[in-house]
Design a protein around this ligand. Structure first.
Ligand SMILES: Nc1ncnc2c1ncn2[C@@H]1O[C@H](COP(=O)(O)OP(=O)(O)OP(=O)(O)O)[C@@H](O)[C@H]1O
Length: 270
């Protein structure tokens, strides 16, 4: 079970055909009927997440759209902060039920695409996106904005932003991986035995992964098998539960830039 309340952010890695998308299918199927907002980033042209678009409040498929969506999500986080501040509580779960905003689960498919640049001209845009995603991870956890970040190849070669982001994603799911860098990024900061175990997942066992969740210990676990068709069906069945972005956002004043910076850890980029 993936429970976002104790473990708000997750990293889901694996080589091609290792079972990453099947886990996303299971997640969408599990969340579709619940009162949550689902948002997607899919820079592979939207091929992975478009089938579920009826249950997605927003889907960004190009870098510029990602920037806008990240800005919208940060604005929403700031609104939630202000709401919590006004009610003198530290997280949305302590707000009175009638005021509590719905949780937002942000699905990121192939995170490397967010960090890679085709040419030098994209450098600033990539840096900005990486910073926004990191900020969202840092601040979202208390305010009900949760990340589920997927990647086939997630190595430190993508830049320091990736390692910083990884440290915020305390939930880990490592399917069979081909390159040691990705296994290292997913499990290298955990028990070394987890890394060894990830290398032993055979190719003929897709869906098997090394998982680290709430208790911080690693387990080898199979995921449930949910097809794209089943997930699509769930997305269509519960399409009525998809809030518009206007419905997601609340009307309180966002916190100021200074208040936001005071809440950020010292090392965080401004
Ligand atoms: N939990 C599972 N139980 C049984 N079979 C599974 C499971 N997960 C995946 N598979 C099998 O492995 C195949 C590949 O899975 P999936 O598409 O999820 O991999 P992927 O890592 O997302 O691959 P790609 O990166 O190429 O999209 C599935 O079509 C299915 O046949």
């Amino acid at each position: 079970m993936l429970d976002f309340t104790p473990v708000p952010h997750w990293l889901n890695t694996g080589a091609t055909q290792s079972g990453k998308s099947t886990l996303v299918n299971a997640l969408i199927t599990g969340l579709a009927s619940q009162p949550v907002t689902l948002v997607g980033f899919d820079l592979k042209g939207g091929v992975e997440l478009t089938p579920y678009s009826k249950r997605l409040t927003a889907l960004a498929t190009e870098r510029a759209e990602c920037g806008h969506l990240l800005n919208d999500l940060m604005t929403e986080v700031k609104r939630r902060m202000a709401l919590c501040r006004d009610h003198k509580v530290r997280n949305i779960w302590r707000l009175p039920e009638t005021l509590r905003p719905v949780p937002v689960v942000v699905l990121v498919d192939e995170v490397a695409e967010l960090f890679l640049m085709a040419h030098k001209g994209e450098k600033d845009e990539v840096a900005q996106t990486a910073t926004q995603l990191l900020r969202l991870a840092q601040l979202g956890r208390a305010f009900g904005v949760y990340l589920f970040v997927c990647g086939q190849r997630v190595g430190s070669d993508l830049g320091p932003g990736v390692t910083a982001l990884r440290s915020q994603l305390s939930g880990r799911v490592c399917h069979r991986v081909n390159d040691p860098e990705t296994a290292n990024m997913t499990l290298g900061d955990a028990d070394p035995a987890a890394l060894v175990a990830s290398r032993q997942i055979p190719a003929n066992m897709p869906g098997t992964a090394i998982v680290i969740g709430e208790d911080g210990r690693w387990y080898r676990a199979p995921s449930v098998y949910v097809t794209e068709e089943q997930a699509e069906h769930a997305a269509e069945t519960y399409a009525d539960l998809t809030p518009t972005w206007a419905e997601v956002t609340t009307t309180v004043e966002p916190v100021t830039h200074d208040e936001l910076n005071a809440l950020l850890p010292e090392s965080a980029p401004a």
